[in-house]
Design a binder for this molecule. Structure first.
Ligand code: MSP
Length: 506
């Protein structure tokens, strides 16, 4: 039986249309899912939409729709974008689905019965846009510490989750599992936060109605984060242990943005502890994109629309840029100049050029029939060795979610391929029939190195790799075994590759 791998993205709010930040997490999750699949894992890849709560309720009023009409309309935009971006999720959960509502009610009731949810009264400062209560000391100059907007004093009857009880257990878990929260800087932030003390958390609201009612006390609506976080198990059919839940939980990695780390690294694990369920293996918080040096915001009208980027530059270039430009976990800046630069140098020049040069030579010197290699000499073995080393290095880096470094390692082999052509000068070898065997070996090594490289690239740029592997005559499924040197069989038909990435001028 295949080993399993479960990866998730956050579920996106439907009160906003998709932008580059949403695309970022989703593409990263997709690359990981594709990579794990090619390494032989049975992958569950979940994304979805977060449709309840006051924000959605308000957006619906503004739009003159019911919340569900709004959700139905906006969720299509997310789904269409994921399709365009080649996202290979295996499930899409909407929090308005029955399966989700049932699961949320179940876990809420379960924790209530176990005694860690109780009815009390709440009074504190509330930030409506963030749907978060703040204590007096958390406010910054009397305003919301997250978004800097005005807050209001609210008092309501509320259910509370006894989060305070789990402080030590959570710290012990973080301590015993160094990889649980990543990157490390974020892990330290969470440790300090938890050490400051966990207060019981209000997990119901009576101020609005768009959400999942508390079982047995329907005037209370379950807090939107309690509802949303639970998607990661309701999508698996929780509490039914016989199906996907038993198979895939605990999740291998929750990919999220840094702004929602606290919910995933403090709230969610303590909810799970209270319900007696296993904790996620890893929560990884990536950084935020600014745009041309500025915070992305509607009011600045600088929101980067992924569809527009795809129209202009193509899907694979966008996928590549997002993961190559910024080390996963750090903040980064989006600019058209940087994107064009990457396309022209890494994609058109390096990988595209290498493939078209080498397949053109195979057609010219061997009529497009892959020759058998003779004995490898030092320069050939060096390329082979570098290619083989890349496979191991990429595997380690993918485990660390170091996408940018993994791409760098792949691109080192591409540069080595370009240099190999210069060093071996096939055009000179071709002049003398006595060098025929030598030329055959050079062509074989050159093409085989790229075949292995494109198998790895397929996780990042699926259609580019498809085209490249098509020119290289590789018909088989991409698999772990296929990453070994020697996969291309002599006699295979090689076709001259079209330019994978045309240069972008100006
Ligand atoms: N609905 C919640 C998540 C619930 S998960 C149980 C939510 N939704 S969101 O649509 O507002 O944001 C989703 C993700 O987009 C977050 O991970 C956030 O970090 C990410 N991004 C939003 N703006 C971003 C950038 N400018 N850059 C990178 N990621 C950004 O939060």
């Amino acid at each position: 039986m295949k080993p399993t791998f479960y990866v998730t993205t956050p579920i996106y709010y439907v009160n906003d249309v998709p932008h580059i930040g949403h695309a970022y997490t989703t593409v990263a999750a997709d690359v990981l899912a594709r990579y794990k699949r090619l390494m032989g894992y049975d992958v569950c890849f979940l994304t979805g939409s977060d449709e309840h709560g006051q924000k959605v309720e308000k957006a619906a009023v503004t739009a003159g729709e019911t919340p569900l009409e709004l959700a139905d309309r906006v969720v299509k935009r997310f789904q269409a974008l994921w399709e365009r971006l080649g996202i290979s999720h295996t499930d899409f959960i909407r929090t308005t689905q029955e399966r989700h509502k049932k699961g949320v009610a179940h876990i809420f009731r379960d924790i209530l019965e176990k005694g860690d949810i109780y009815l009390g009264e709440y009074e504190d400062w509330y930030c409506t846009p963030c749907e978060t209560f703040w204590t007096e000391t958390q406010l910054i100059e009397g305003r919301c510490p997250d978004c800097n907007r005005a807050v209001e004093k609210l008092k309501e009857e509320s259910y509370f989750f006894r989060m305070s009880r789990y402080q030590e257990e959570l710290l012990a878990h973080i301590d015993a599992n160094p990889d649980f929260i990543q990157p490390k800087s974020k892990r330290n932030e969470i440790i300090s936060f938890v050490k400051e003390g966990l207060r019981d958390l209000s997990v119901s609201r009576t101020t609005f109605s768009w959400g999942i009612p508390v079982p047995g006390n329907e005037k209370h609506i379950i807090y939107v984060w309690f509802d949303a976080l639970t998607n990661y198990i309701t999508a698996l059919g929780y509490p039914d242990e016989t199906g996907n839940y038993g198979r895939y939980w605990p999740v291998d990695v929750h990919l999220i943005g840094k702004d929602i780390l606290r919910f995933h690294a403090v709230y969610w694990p303590t909810f799970l502890m209270a319900a007696g369920l296993p904790l996620p293996r890893k929560v990884f918080a990536h950084g935020w994109w600014t745009v041309e040096g500025q915070k992305m915001s509607k009011s600045l009208q600088n929101v980067v629309e992924p569809n527009m980027l795809i129209d202009k530059y193509g899907v694979d270039a966008v996928r590549y840029f997002l993961l190559r430009e910024v080390p996963f976990g750090l903040d980064g800046d989006f600019s058209h100049t940087a994107l064009v630069q990457r396309i022209n140098s890494d994609l058109a020049n390096d990988v595209g050029n290498l493939l078209s040069r080498s397949t053109a030579m195979a057609v010219k010197y061997f009529d497009g029939v892959l020759p058998a290699p003779a004995t490898l000499i030092e320069v050939d073995s060096a390329l082979k060795h570098k290619t083989e080393e890349m496979v191991g290095a990429v595997d380690r880096l993918m485990d660390e979610l170091a996408f940018s470094k993994a791409l760098q390692v792949i691109w080192e082999v591409i540069s080595a391929g370009n240099k190999y052509i210069d060093d071996t000068a096939p055009w000179t070898l071709a002049k003398d029939p006595a060098n025929r065997e030598r030329l055959a070996t050079v062509m074989y090594c050159l093409l085989e190195s790229q075949r292995v490289t494109h198998c790895l690239i397929s996780a990042f740029m699926p259609s580019t790799a498809d085209k490249a592997l098509g020119s290289l005559g590789w018909q088989e499924d991409i698999s772990k075994e296929g990453l070994q040197w020697g996969g291309l069989k002599p006699g295979t038909t090689i076709n001259k590759a079209e330019a994978l990435f045309p240069r972008i001028e100006g």
